[in-house]
Design a protein around this ligand. Structure first.
Ligand code: ZN
Length: 491
């Protein structure tokens, strides 16, 4: 750990030298998914960003406890204190037990995470498994005078808190503006102040997800679980809290307020936020209806997609941008990422073809230093990747015999690529290149489909239906279009 890792702390709005509270241990908490639907490209970004943080800290020699929660209760529509629980709403629509929804989408999320080659967190706590702890936290905040009961619900008292602490310090919002902005929307007469937020909500009679509490049957507010579970597993002072920029307000702001109100001091030393994924400059999200799920990206089954993109293409696409920069989706950008990823992997595979020589004309230590420098500068993966591509040119020159490398440097070069490409960037070889598979499959399908077209022209419906049905049985879905057909694979 001789190297100085510098990270941008969203709380201080400055780049800071990373100094863990209790080295070599590092506590890392990241807000995980709300499990009521499939993960989309927007979810892949925090997952990959903080996987990179997790991997790099371990590479530097830290012992990291990475906690990423599963939100399975209390996340109401539009992130407000009213409306339905998102999971419960889906459960009612599909006539399922809410925990069936939770299990189903948690399994699918895990599969996506494995496909993207993100390492599993050390602990993955569910909000529904920590109701007692959340009630204890509510009691503490009540006892400390920063919350009040109102008709069976408990609200955080932003006014009382603001007399001693700074509510809005993370997002840069001012309490008076928050009150002014929320006043018009206020149908919530239970609250003393429109900026107050729910710690505990009273359950209406039809609400399914409910637990007994000293204040009657109810359920915890969404922000509470992260304050509670981060403290339980990482202590009331820990190193890094991460999440998407869209969580900065209100979610993370409320977390800071809750933790400070409970413990009398802030819990988190460094706040890190990844920027958003946009489609044509617009934020991607369920409510906007423009999201592409990871399953769709991997199968190509979405009208926006010109082809399928493999998980490693998606990973490379995300890593090619700095985590604090916005990232815009387009087919062109993803195709470029696919080429970049394939070029990188081809070079890694070609390392074995290099023959060491007695002579040496290359400086591997320089390249290695530059790669570390890029990562130490707030995890600058685009710069890192550009250095690794400089190295790809070097590898090609070595194979062509235009440069010479001695055995010692060759060992270093191999280790450099192994460390950065596999261990840190978390890329892996895709068994056979997914795009090659698709190309071959496309050609076979073209052939089969031309037989089907001929059969249709001859009014040989038996053959044409047989082809369609058997492709369907094999998991290939054919859609007839004006210009011919489109195909996709079932998930
Ligand atoms: Zn959270």
């Amino acid at each position: 750990m001789k190297e100085h890792l510098i990270i941008y702390n969203t709380l201080t709005r400055k780049k800071e030298v990373f100094e863990p509270i209790n080295p070599p241990f590092v506590g890392l908490y990241v807000c995980g998914p709300t499990v009521y639907g499939d993960a989309h490209l927007g979810h892949a970004r925090p997952a990959i960003t903080f996987d990179l943080v997790f991997r790099y800290l371990q590479h530097l020699g830290y012992k990291v406890r990475y906690v990423r929660n599963i939100t399975d209760v209390g996340h109401l529509t539009n992130d407000s204190d009213d409306g339905e629980d998102k999971i419960e709403k889906k459960a009612k629509l599909d006539r399922l037990e809410p925990m069936e929804i939770v299990q189903f989408y948690t399994n699918r999320y895990h599969k996506n995470m494995e496909q993207l080659n993100t390492l599993p967190p050390s602990i993955e706590p569910h909000a529904s498994g920590h109701i007692i702890e959340q009630e204890e936290l509510v009691k503490k905040i009540l006892d400390n005078g920063y919350a009040y009961e109102s008709d069976g619900s408990i609200y955080f008292d932003v006014d009382a808190y603001s007399k001693k602490y700074n509510y809005g310090k993370l997002s840069g919002r001012r309490v008076d503006e928050l009150i002014a902005n929320t006043r018009q929307l206020d149908g919530q007469s239970e609250k003393r102040n429109p900026a107050d937020f729910a710690l505990w909500k009273k359950a209406t009679p039809e609400h399914i997800m409910r637990w007994p509490s000293p204040w009657g049957d109810g359920f915890p507010g969404w922000h509470l679980e992260c304050s509670c579970m981060s403290q339980k597993y990482l202590g009331d002072r820990f190193d890094i809290h991460g999440g998407g920029l869209d969580l900065q307000f209100p979610h993370h702001e409320c977390e800071i307020a809750q933790s400070t109100a409970a413990y009398g001091h802030e819990a988190v030393k460094y706040w890190m936020h990844n920027n958003m994924v946009t489609i044509n400059g617009q934020k991607m999200g369920k409510s906007l209806g423009n999201f592409i799920t990871l399953y769709q990206l991997f199968s190509g089954d979405n009208d926006v997609l010109e082809q399928a993109y493999s998980p490693m293409t998606i990973r490379f696409f995300i890593l090619q941008a700095h985590y604090r920069s916005p990232l815009d989706f387009s087919n062109e950008a993803l195709k470029a990422a696919q080429k970049g990823y394939e070029r990188m992997m081809a070079a890694v595979n070609a390392l074995d073809k290099i023959k060491p020589s007695a002579e040496n004309t290359v400086a591997i230590d320089d390249l290695s230093a530059k790669c570390h420098e890029a990562m130490n500068d707030d995890l600058n993966t685009p710069i890192l990747i550009s250095h690794l591509f400089d190295g790809v040119r070097l590898i090609n020159s070595l194979i062509a015999g235009n440069e010479k490398i001695n055995p010692d440097n060759l060992t270093k070069l191999k280790k450099l690529y192994h460390d950065f490409v596999f261990d840190i960037l978390g890329l892996k070889a895709e068994s056979e290149s997914a795009s090659q598979d698709r190309e071959v499959m496309g050609k076979i399908l073209d052939m089969v489909m031309s037989i089907r077209t001929e059969a249709k022209q001859k009014k040989d419906w038996a053959t044409s239906d047989k082809i369609r049905d058997e492709l369907k049985a094999a998991g290939v879905i054919i859609k007839d279009t004006k210009d011919g057909y489109e195909w996709s694979l079932e998930n």
